[in-house]
Structure formats: structure tokens, C-alpha cells
Design a protein around this ligand. Structure first.
Ligand code: GLY
Length: 352
């Protein structure tokens, strides 16, 4: 193995993130160090199952675990309560106890689904995240947000429940299409915009293949700093939602089929930066810089549906209270803050 980086997350229940190349084949050894579980349920989608399940399950079996699978159809539409129920059934049929373990293998959907099932099965059993997409490696596998979508909106049912370990094998990024890499790059750009001008210019001026390891590590470090200070998203963690209120509304409007999460967030970030430049809340020139990076990764940045529809969906956003909505603005690249606005004013911040 070339490099192995360890990052320790000091949340209420602390855990380690291991980042390296070709870690999957050692997953059994890492898991064995943490648990006295006898059984492991791997929650994964059909595509990831074909790619990586054999390596992970071989390593787990060699380490003495009995391995079971829950395989769902890939895609955001699978992140629903029906599948959570199916995970519970699989756990019960196979007589999983509170001492046993769930592993989320795959992208954000696997992580959210497996994590939520783990948070709630018998009031909580351990789970481990093995993220295999860029987006899940730098964002969704870390910080304990788990949950599923309802018809009315994204992630409306869920729990904060930290994993016992996150294994980030960057070799899995080699099998991803450019589109899935771009999806993750939207979140990397988000981290840069809210916290790190140096990361922004690294993304802008380098070839991804030359910086991929440091990019993953830097994004995880930014997330670590934020979630350690605000695990339950009462304040600072809201910064991680930059571009997400509009992004979630766009995903929901198109029934999770037209835009990926990263693409929707890219439109969300660009719309808010563009409007805030006009409102003199964001430094002039920021939008132009942002567009150049979004274009580099083939990410969209224009809203192509009715803004009023999006405003109406955003009213059910988790970040909304009775009358208000907390949105994230940037003063300049790397400088972000939370602004509480009246729900009806959201339109003016996204170009309406
Ligand atoms: N993805 C945003 C968060 O974990 O808070």
C-alpha cells in the first residue's frame, strides 16, 4: 500500500477514518479490531456489488465473519423507507443481534440507507462505512448523517448516528465515470468555497489525478473540523449545506432523475453566488471564478425550471423553521456564514 492516512474524528462516539489505496482487501482485518460481531450484513447496490463485494466479503470471511448481503437497485430512488424495511427483514431473518454489524459499501445511498437501518434496528447496532464514490468518501460517509427520502423531500427521515470506522480506498475511484467524479467534485468545490481558498485554486489549477489523495484528505479534514464543533448541526455545520437548499429542491423537482446530487448542488452554489454578487454580499468576480471551476468539471450552473416551484419545495427543507430559512452565503472564496432569512425572501437569493 502506497500511503495510509489516519484521521481521528472526535465526536460524541469517536472513530477513525483510514484513507489509502487498495484497502478493501484488508477490510476484514480492520473490522476485526473493532468488534466482537459474528455476522455482517453488507448493504450495497447492484453495480458496487459486482465490482467490490467479492473482495470485501472474502476479507471478512477470512477474518471469521459470517457475511450476508442486502443488494438494492442503484440510484437515489432506492433511498426510501421500503428498502429500510427490507434491510430490517434481512437482519431479522438472519438473526442479527445488537452485537452484529452492518457495512455500507458504495456511494451516498448505501451509506444513508445502511446507516439509518443501523441507527434504528434494535435501537442501534454498529455500522462501518466503506465509501466507493468521491462524493461519499469526502462527504456523506463522514459525520453520521443517515436517512432516507420521502415523497415530500430529500432526507426528511433520519438520524445522527456515527459509524465505528470509515475505510476510504481511493483505488475505487478508478472505476468511476467522469460524471460520477464530477458529482463528487461539486462537494469538493463546496468545501473550498466555504473554507479554503488554497483548495479552490488547487482544484482550479491542477489535474485531478495529481492531487486526488491530498484533495480527499483536505476535504475530510475540513469536514472533521466542522462536525467536531457542531455534531448535530445547530450552528457551524450548516455551512456544509452551502448550495444544498436549492440543490435539494432541484433534485426533488425532477424526482431525483434529471440531476445528480452534485449537479444540483453546483446549480445551487452558482445561483446563490451570482445573486449575492448583484446584492453586493459576495465579492465581485467570485461568480466568474466559480463558473470556470464548474465548467472544468462539466457541472451545470443555470436553473432551468420555474424558480417559484423551487421556492415552494424549499419551504419543506429541514433547514427551515416556521417562518425562517437558514441559508449559507459566501463573502469571498473561503469565507462563509449562515444567514437567517424569511422564507419568502429566498427567491431574491437565488436569482428571482
Ligand atoms: N453533507 C453535509 C453534512 O454532513 O452536514
Amino acid at each position: 500500500m502506497k500511503t495510509l492516512k489516519e484521521i481521528n474524528i472526535k465526536t460524541n462516539t469517536p472513530y477513525k477514518i483510514l484513507i489509502g489505496e487498495n484497502l478493501l482487501q484488508y477490510s476484514g482485518e480492520y473490522v476485526k479490531k473493532l468488534t466482537c460481531a459474528k455476522k455482517v450484513l453488507i448493504v450495497t447496490d447492484d453495480i458496487v456489488h459486482n465490482l467490490y463485494a467479492h473482495v470485501v466479503s472474502k476479507s471478512l470471511r477470512d477474518a471469521g465473519f459470517k457475511v450476508f448481503y442486502f443488494i438494492f437497485n442503484h440510484g437515489e430512488q432506492s433511498k426510501n423507507l421500503k428498502n429500510v424495511e427490507k434491510v430490517y427483514s434481512s437482519l431479522i431473518e438472519n438473526e442479527f443481534t445488537r452485537q452484529d454489524l452492518i457495512i455500507a459499501l458504495g456511494g451516498g445511498v448505501s451509506g444513508d440507507l445502511a446507516g439509518f437501518a443501523a441507527a434504528t434496528y434494535m435501537r442501534g447496532i454498529d455500522y462501518i462505512q466503506i465509501p466507493t464514490t468521491l462524493l461519499s468518501q469526502i462527504d456523506s460517509s463522514i459525520g453520521g448523517k443517515t436517512g432516507v427520502n420521502l415523497m415530500q423531500g430529500k432526507n426528511l427521515v433520519g438520524a445522527f448516528f456515527q459509524p465505528r470506522l470509515v475505510l476510504v480506498d481511493i483505488a475505487t475511484l478508478n472505476t468511476l465515470s467522469d460524471e460520477i467524479i464530477s458529482d463528487g467534485m461539486a462537494e469538493a468545490i463546496k468545501y473550498a468555497l466555504i473554507k479554503s481558498p488554497s483548495l479552490f485554486y488547487k482544484i482550479k489549477n491542477s489535474e485531478l489525478k495529481d492531487i486526488i489523495f491530498e484533495l480527499v484528505v483536505e476535504c475530510i479534514k475540513i469536514k472533521k473540523e466542522i462536525i467536531q464543533k457542531d455534531e448535530k448541526e445547530l450552528g457551524k455545520r450548516k455551512l456544509l449545506n452551502f448550495g444544498h437548499t436549492l440543490g435539494h429542491a432541484i433534485e426533488n423537482f425532477y424526482n431525483y432523475s434529471r440531476y445528480s446530487h452534485g449537479q444540483a448542488v453546483a446549480i445551487g452554489m452558482a445561483s446563490i453566488v451570482k445573486s449575492c454578487e448583484k446584492l453586493l454580499l459576495t465579492k465581485k468576480g467570485t461568480y466568474c471564478e466559480l463558473i470556470s471551476v464548474l465548467e472544468k468539471y462539466n457541472l451545470p450552473y443555470e436553473i432551468d425550471c420555474n424558480i417559484d416551484d423551487l421556492v415552494s419545495i424549499s419551504k419543506t427543507d429541514k433547514k427551515a423553521s416556521d417562518q425562517c430559512l437558514d441559508i449559507i452565503l459566501i463573502e469571498s472564496i473561503g469565507k462563509s456564514y449562515v444567514k437567517r432569512i424569511h422564507k419568502d425572501d429566498f427567491k431574491k437569493y437565488i436569482g428571482g
